[in-house]
Design a binder for this molecule. Structure first.
Ligand code: FAD
Ligand code: DLZ
Ligand code: SF4
Length: 504
């Protein structure tokens, strides 16, 4: 008897554990379903990317001789859910077992775990071996410590992968060159965009389908230029290494209006859906350093994002779910303002990030953190609504990676699991790292007054409002020392203006 091998939308990899030891009579099932496409209202480009990559991967599997059942979204018999599609296949094929690589979302894992009973068939859920560490390694690491500092996890991953190592020492004599990676970029020099691809017939069909079926989802569908095959994603990586990697480190934190990519790689979407293998990508980047094509601060910075942050974030998610998704340490409840969707705000920085997000389904890390994330935190926006926004609007977003980044890193909603203090900044730091403020109606220096920058005003208001929660945090000591220099009258003015801003 044969087995059913279910492959999910973000599992477009030949190296998948569920495809290992596959027998010629086994059937692979891939399905485009309403339930997955609408459990949050994903950006149109994200749906198109996932469907097109799925269709290309299914074709590759077929060309390699695998038996595959591919259910298109507009198949008249499509039931709309993965569970019902599995059941439908079981009606026509005598299958003895369901094999699947574990999904990246707790909700889906729970659902699949229940199939043993609902399908009356054994379900084998295999580890996702596309990550460098498995769940047990992370658990063991957590067991040894009170504070989960990413840097120490990263060092463990460096030793494990042997990336940028000389025997047991880091190349260059230090593990981390982050201090060199905060240069500002006030004007556009020769910025290149990530490598872009013309839609082929498969992608064009998907674009028509998405336009017809998801008209009320956020975002521009076209122009659509993402890689949708492993070969194209690998070309995008090579292009990044050739043209952008050398400056990646220096300008990692820099923001420029109308420039969503700066020197960022725009590879997360391919790594997360399986078109690019994270370790192989890091090895290629390491090779660029060894060949003298890129400096150590850039190469180390890039590798740290992937083997350090990416693996750490995933570890946090699985270690703390499902309780993690319910946390709201700052007790926030303010509804998400409409400008997160339409970009209609006088805050130049926020408008730029939202507009870029609408256009590209992308913004880079510092924009997600210091602009939309920082604002959400300072304004006390409802954490669930904010997390749902991030999950919907970014092409690389799956809950395992989106949730700890948003709830933990950006909102401090996990009360200090990911970060030891809230990531908050006033307009001054935004001005230092970007060119937004010079064209803004607000004045980044002012905390009160008609043109006071909302970030600057809310930064101080946040400290005042959250003093009981934060004043004993050692890492907030400097901020509270600065606040203590304000008179009661100054504090009152800040608070009054903040109330006004938030009400409007
Ligand atoms: P680069 O800057 O070129 O970095 C290289 C690679 O490192 C990325 O491709 C990515 O694979 C990895 N990486 C870097 N930082 C992180 C991180 N913090 N966590 C995990 N991987 C990282 N990343 C996602 O992949 N999906 C998300 O849904 C997501 N949501 C985020 C939400 C918030 C509020 C914040 C602050 C960050 C979020 N990130 C998310 C992390 C990071 O912003 C993106 O990985 C990055 O912007 C992707 O763009 P890039 O490929 O150009 O990255
Ligand atoms: C995000 C997404 C979308 C939009 N559509 C599908 C789909 O139609 N079929 C599918 O198998 N997966 C899809 N996905 C990805 C899943 O919702 C889910 O986020 C990941 O599989 C978690 O690892
Ligand atoms: Fe953003 Fe304030 Fe600068 Fe305007 S002045 S761009 S609101 S930080």
């Amino acid at each position: 008897m044969s087995d059913l091998r279910l492959v999910l939308g973000d599992q477009c990899s030949f190296s998948l554990s569920s495809l290992k030891d596959i027998k010629s009579k086994d059937i692979i099932l891939m399905a485009e379903v309403t339930e997955e496409a609408t459990y949050v209202k994903h950006h149109k480009k994200k749906i198109a990317f996932i469907f097109s990559a799925m269709r290309h991967f299914a074709k590759d599997l077929e060309n390699n001789g695998y038996r595959i059942k591919y259910v298109k979204f507009d198949d008249p018999d499509n039931s709309g859910s993965l569970q019902e599609e599995v059941k439908r296949l079981l009606k026509t094929e005598p299958l003895q077992r369901i094999i699947v690589t574990e999904p990246g979302e707790y909700r889906l894992l729970q659902l699949i775990k229940g199939w043993d009973k609902t399908m009356k068939l054994p379900v084998t859920i295999l580890p996702d071996t596309r990550f460098i560490a498995d769940h047990d390694e992370f658990k063991a690491w957590v067991a040894d410590r009170k504070i989960l500092t990413m840097e120490y996890w990263y060092r463990q991953m460096r030793r494990k992968t042997n990336l940028l190592m000389e025997a047991d020492k880091p190349i260059g004599g230090q593990w981390n060159f982050d201090k060199q990676n905060r240069k500002t970029l006030k004007q556009k020099s020769e910025l290149k965009k990530p490598l872009q691809f013309e839609p082929d017939q498969i992608t064009s069909d998907v674009l028509t389908l998405v336009a017809a079926n998801f008209p009320d989802h956020f975002g521009d569908l076209e122009p659509f230029w993402f890689a949708v095959t492993a070969t194209q994603a690998s070309q995008a990586l090579d292009y990044f290494i050739k043209y952008q990697l050398s400056s990646f480190g220096d300008y990692q934190d820099a923001m420029l209006s109308n420039e969503p990519f700066v020197y960022h790689s725009m590879l997360s979407l391919y790594i997360n859906n399986g078109l690019l293998d994270p370790l192989q990508a890091c090895k290629k980047v390491e090779q660029a350093y060894l060949d003298g094509l890129a400096p150590l601060n850039a190469v180390e910075g890039f590798i740290r994002q992937i083997i350090g942050w990416r693996e750490y974030i995933r570890g946090i998610y699985w270690y703390h779910m499902p309780e993690y998704a319910q946390l709201n340490a700052m007790n926030t409840s303010r509804p998400l303002p409409a400008f997160y969707w339409d970009g209609d705000t006088k805050m130049k920085c926020v408008a730029d990030v939202v507009n870029m997000t609408r256009k590209e389904a992308y913004s880079h890390h510092i924009q997600r953190l210091m602009i939309t994330g920082n604002y959400a935190n300072l304004a006390g926006l409802n954490v669930k609504e904010v997390c749902e926004w991030y999950l919907a609007v970014y092409v690389d977003a799956y809950e395992w990676v989106e949730l700890p980044n948003t709830l933990g890193m950006a909102l401090y909603g996990d009360g200090g699991i990911v970060g030891t203090k809230p990531y908050i900044s006033s307009g001054s730091y935004i001005n230092r790292m970007s060119n937004y403020c010079k064209d803004c109606e607000f004045d980044y220096r002012k905390r009160v007054g008609e043109d006071a920058c909302p970030f600057t005003n809310l930064y101080w208001d946040y400290l005042i409002r959250n003093e009981p929660l934060l004043k004993n945090n050692q890492r907030m000591a400097m901020a509270y020392r600065n606040l203590s220099r304000f008179t009661q009258e100054e504090k009152k003015q800040i608070t009054t203006q903040a109330k006004n801003y938030l009400a409007n």
